[in-house]
Design a protein around this ligand. Structure first.
Ligand code: NAP
Length: 256
């Protein structure tokens, strides 16, 4: 299946590691020019080099609106257009309700919610200029089914889902599709770091997680599977899919 991504320009936040890096690679393999954004310059540069010539690395903290303006400006200067953005940068943040400070709420919303609003708002005029586009908000299944001790992340993700649905209604007339992908448990650098912190191998963590979390498919997802799915979702092959909150979780979530 030809995804028809050749020559398209895709911005991926959190593109230096984990799921974002896998998405950048999948889109680049399909012929897209990819722009990856993250804070750490070393990792960002290495990831861009591993993807190859059509990857641009732009050091960006998505919580800083000026950085987002620079990200869009550099993308347009280099490639002249924007066809898709993947709002992916994020990290786990889950604590008991009473222990979460205002600052922690604000930081989580800044990274997972306001960053998606701001980058999307900057990119939309460029998508309109090329006749349409695709926006993906990377979310988590906890946004549909918040558990105990799961805030602030689950609440930020639920807000992201509402944002996605409302944006899809506003932007459909401009042929801009907006979707959310709700992750369950997928192999990525965040799990590698967590295993190291707990002095265990990442392989044993990946073996334990499906049992502890009741994943029907019996395994965690692979970053490459996620990247391939996002490449499909932003492509012309998914041209009639908009306003969807799609679980990417091996069947783990109880919610459809
Ligand atoms: N993997 C899972 O099982 C899972 C489950 C649920 C949700 N998710 C969500 O999926 C997304 C990707 O997760 P992942 O597992 O791939 O995480 P990861 O391996 O930790 O990668 C996170 C990426 O985001 C970047 N990042 C972090 N803070 C940033 C900021 N303020 N500005 C710009 N970039 C930033 C990181 O680079 P720097 O640190 O250098 O900036 C890195 O490139 C996240 O939103 C995460 O919450 C993942």
């Amino acid at each position: 299946m030809d995804l028809q991504l050749t020559g398209k320009v895709v911005i991926i936040t959190g593109g230096s590691d984990g799921l974002g890096a896998a998405t950048a690679l999948a889109c680049a393999k399909e012929g897209a020019n990819v722009v990856i954004a993250a804070r750490g310059l070393d990792k960002l540069t290495k990831t861009a080099a591993s993807i190859g010539g059509q990857a641009l690395a732009v050091q960006t903290d998505v919580t800083n609106p000026v950085h987002l303006e620079n990200l869009v400006a550099q993308t347009v200067t280099r490639f002249g257009r924007i066809d898709a953005i993947i709002n992916n940068a994020g990290r786990a943040a889950a604590k008991p309700f009473e222990s979460i400070s205002d600052l922690e709420w604000q930081e989580d919303l800044d990274m997972k919610f306001y960053a998606a609003i701001r980058l999307s708002r900057l990119a939309v005029p460029h998508m309109k200029a090329v006749g349409g586009g695709s926006i993906v908000h990377v979310l988590a299944i906890g946004g549909k089914t918040p558990a105990a001790n799961s805030m602030p992340s689950t609440v930020s993700r639920a807000a992201g889902m509402a944002l996605m649905k409302a944006m899809s209604k506003d932007l459909g007339k401009d042929n801009i599709r907006v979707n959310g992908v709700l992750i369950g448990l997928v192999e990525s650098d965040q799990w590698v770091r967590r295993a190291a912190q707990n002095n265990q191998s990442v392989e044993s963590l990946y073996a334990r997680l499906p049992l502890e979390n009741g994943i029907p498919l019996g395994r965690v997802g692979r970053a490459e599977e996620f990247g391939d799915f996002i490449a499909f979702l932003i492509s012309a092959r998914a041209a009639y899919i908009s306003g969807c909150a799609i679980n990417f979780d091996g069947g783990m979530s109880a919610a459809v």
